[in-house]
Design a protein around this ligand. Structure first.
Ligand SMILES: [Mn+2]
Length: 254
C-alpha cells in the first residue's frame, strides 16, 4: 500500500458498543468493522471521540472480553500506519495501558488541542459542557474521573466489576438529548466561542446529534452517533465534512 495516500482525518464517536440488544449490536459492530477496513487506505488519523464502548475498564490483567473484534480491527488499522486517538467519553473514560500497549492507540487528555496540516483542532467528547445537567457536572463526572473511584473499582473481581459497569452504563441508556432543551444550541455556542479564540476546527460528540456548522473557513463538527445515523467526520485539504456510512464500498459512501 502506498502510505502517501493516507491524507485524511476521520472522526467517529458514540457507538456505545454493548448497549443494545444482541442482533442490533451485531449489525452495528459489523458496520464499524467495515468502516475501519474501508478507511485503512486513506486514513492518516482516526479520532475516536468517545463512548465507542458502552463500558470499558482495564484491570491489572483483565479486560472486558466482548470487544475483541473491534480491538483487533483497530490494531490492524494502527499497523497499517494510521494513527488512532482514543478520547475517552463518559462511558469509556477508563481506557489505559492495555489500549496503548497492546492495541497501539494514543490516549490523550480531554480536551485535546492539536495542530495538523497547519490547522488547529480542538477535540473533546464534550460531556462536561452542559452545566444545566448539574447532577452530572458537579457529582457524577468528578466521581468517574477520580483516581480513587478507579482504584476501588480495580479491587473488585473483574467479572463483578464489568457486570456492575455494564448495568450502570445500560441504566443510563443512550443519551436522550430531549431531556435538556437547547442542548444543540449550547454545544454550538461553546464551539463558536472556541473558534473565535483562534482555533480552526472544534470537534465534539456526546449528544448523538450529527452537526456541521461552518464559519468562513472554520467549522464545528459533532460526529453524531454510530447506532442510528452512522455519522462521521472527515477532513481533507482544508475541507471538513459530515458523512453517513452506507456500506462497505467507497461508491456506497454517503
Ligand atoms: Mn457521552
Amino acid at each position: 500500500m502506498d502510505v502517501n495516500r493516507k491524507n485524511k482525518i476521520y472522526f467517529l464517536s458514540d457507538a456505545h458498543l454493548g448497549a443494545q440488544d444482541p442482533s442490533t449490536e451485531a449489525k452495528k459492530e459489523q458496520k464499524l468493522l467495515q468502516f475501519f477496513k474501508l478507511i485503512q487506505e486513506d486514513a492518516d488519523i482516526l479520532f475516536l471521540v468517545g463512548d465507542i464502548f458502552d463500558f470499558w475498564f482495564e484491570y491489572f490483567r483483565t479486560i472486558p472480553n466482548r470487544y475483541f473484534k473491534v480491538l483487533k480491527a483497530l490494531s490492524t488499522l494502527v499497523e497499517s500506519g494510521t494513527r488512532v486517538y482514543f478520547i475517552g467519553g463518559n462511558h469509556d473514560l477508563w481506557g489505559g495501558d492495555y489500549l496503548q500497549r497492546e492495541v497501539g492507540l494514543i490516549i490523550p487528555e480531554d480536551p485535546l488541542i492539536i495542530e495538523l496540516y497547519n490547522k488547529k483542532f480542538y477535540l473533546s467528547h464534550g460531556d462536561g459542557i452542559l452545566k444545566s445537567n448539574w447532577h452530572y457536572y458537579y457529582f457524577t463526572r468528578p466521581m468517574l474521573k477520580s483516581k480513587i473511584t478507579r482504584f476501588v473499582f480495580k479491587m473488585l473481581h473483574p467479572d463483578l466489576g464489568i457486570l456492575l459497569g455494564q448495568l450502570v452504563s445500560n441504566r443510563r441508556r443512550l443519551y436522550n438529548h430531549k431531556r435538556y432543551p437547547d442542548v444543540e444550541k449550547a454545544y454550538q455556542d461553546f464551539a463558536l466561542n472556541l473558534l473565535k479564540s483562534g482555533l480552526d476546527y472544534v470537534i465534539l460528540a456526546h449528544i448523538h446529534q450529527p452537526a456541521l456548522l461552518t464559519e468562513g473557513n472554520k467549522a464545528y463538527l459533532n460526529s453524531g452517533n454510530w447506532y442510528r445515523h452512522f455519522s462521521y467526520g472527515v477532513y481533507e485539504n482544508g475541507q471538513l465534512e459530515l458523512k453517513y456510512f452506507k456500506g462497505p464500498h467507497r461508491n456506497a459512501e454517503g
